[in-house]
Design a protein. Structure first.
Length: 405
């Protein structure tokens, strides 16, 4: 780890309105992650370091500071998410992480969700675009160019649920039945229960962030995706509150057509996105919908292996960028993992910091490598005449392309 005393002058400062003041030498905390994380993290750092050096002639530099979460934290500190890690991400404002293991059905709740909720990173930002040379299951992947704003702190991910057969589940059902008059639970003795909180405040800050992004990037249209025809007060509330917030904050832009806000029911959106992807640009949606939608869109352009992501609070400026895939324990340690999701997430981080020139160098290197059919095996096997490179060799190639750009 880097000595925090030595890097105290290299912290990002957050100015009024969440605007960042980024020093030339900036410290970025990172979590290597579980599974393939320890392989893809150094690959990402190698490529990003090469791009920053090339873009700014050595004037700018990232000092990578490791903080612990997941398996390594549990082993060394007895907890999978130490307070020190949360404090570091809050203090340095911008960080990045590899994949972290989350058991299914038992054990701890998601570390990813815990980070988002405890740091109030209310936007999960997932841009989706196609790279020439990457195989896609759809006829026109070039039409897929969307940015998903997924609400990150509410919905069923709040983790309010009780397992069937427990005293808590029986108590909850008794309350529903006796106090609220609910008679629609068919099998109460064997039912588990969950609660889905959706607030006006949570909705408004997400939708307004999506609208600001659309205006700043020239994307024009924001689509609210919901299931409000069935969940009338939660997802229906999201739709209603989203429209009201946009009309209140951007009346002139809406009147002039500079900004368009519409909505679509979630199942219809999943169909339309396959049939008419060019109809959509910026998507604002709830937590669970956003989980489904972002992974489906990623599949349309080659999979989550090349899908980046970020968790951002646009008010505090805090942001954690992340690989969007899992830990892939079956290939861990074999030097075959695809580092592109983490690399592209780091490009998002550079852009968030205002270092767009370095990000553009990496994007160009990826375009060239894919165009040559060079990628890790998960991608290259679908490329005509593709060449499979290991994780480290692929990072070497991208760093070389960046340096020679």
């Amino acid at each position: 780890m880097i000595n925090r005393k030595e890097t105290i002058m290299s912290k990002i400062e957050v100015m009024q309105g969440g605007r960042l003041s980024v020093p030339e030498h900036v410290t970025v905390p990172f979590v290597a992650g579980d599974g393939v994380g320890p392989e893809i993290m150094p690959a990402m750092q190698q490529v990003i370091d090469a791009a920053v050096a090339k873009a700014y002639g050595g004037r700018r530099k990232i000092e990578w500071m490791e903080v612990l979460a997941g398996g390594k934290a549990q082993e060394r500190m007895g907890t999978s998410l130490p307070d020190e890690t949360l404090a570091a991400f809050a203090e340095y404002h911008v960080g990045i992480k590899g994949p972290l293991m989350t058991p299914v059905g038992t054990g701890m709740r998601s570390l990813n969700v815990a980070l988002r909720q405890q740091l109030d990173l209310f936007t999960c930002l997932r841009p989706v675009r196609w790279f020439n040379g990457v195989q896609s299951p759809v006829k026109h992947p070039e039409d897929v160019d969307m940015v998903v704003f997924r609400e990150n702190t509410e919905d069923i991910y709040a983790g309010i649920e009780w397992e069937a057969g427990t005293d808590e589940a029986r108590k909850f059902y008794t309350f529903l039945h006796d106090a609220m008059g609910v008679r629609k639970v068919r099998f109460p003795e064997t039912s588990s229960f969950g609660v889905k909180p959706v607030s006006r405040e949570g909705t408004e800050r997400l939708v307004l962030a999506a609208c600001r992004y659309a205006l700043a990037s020239g994307r024009k249209k924001v689509t609210l995706v919901h299931k409000g025809n069935i969940m009338k007060f939660t997802e229906g509330g999201f739709r209603r509150w989203g429209y009201e917030a946009a009309r209140r904050a951007f009346p002139d832009e809406l009147a002039s057509g500079q900004l368009v806000v519409d909505d679509c029911i979630a199942d219809a959106f999943l169909q339309n996105a396959l049939l008419r992807p060019a109809d959509y640009s910026v998507i604002a949606t709830l937590n669970l919908n956003g989980d489904y939608i972002s992974d489906m869109l990623a599949a349309m352009v080659g999979g989550i292996g090349i899908s980046p992501g970020a968790n951002i609070n646009y008010d505090t400026g805090n942001a954690i960028f992340e690989a969007t895939h899992g830990t892939a324990p079956d290939i861990a340690g074999k030097n075959v993992a695809n580092p592109c999701s983490l690399i592209l997430s780091a490009c998002m981080m550079l852009e968030y910091m205002g270092w767009t020139e370095a990000s553009q160098l990496v994007m160009a290197a990826l375009e060239r490598s894919f165009g040559e059919g060079c990628a890790t095996a998960d991608l290259s096997r679908f490329m005509p005449g593709g060449t499979a490179l290991g994780t480290s060799a692929f990072a070497d190639k991208l760093a070389m392309l960046v340096a020679g750009a």
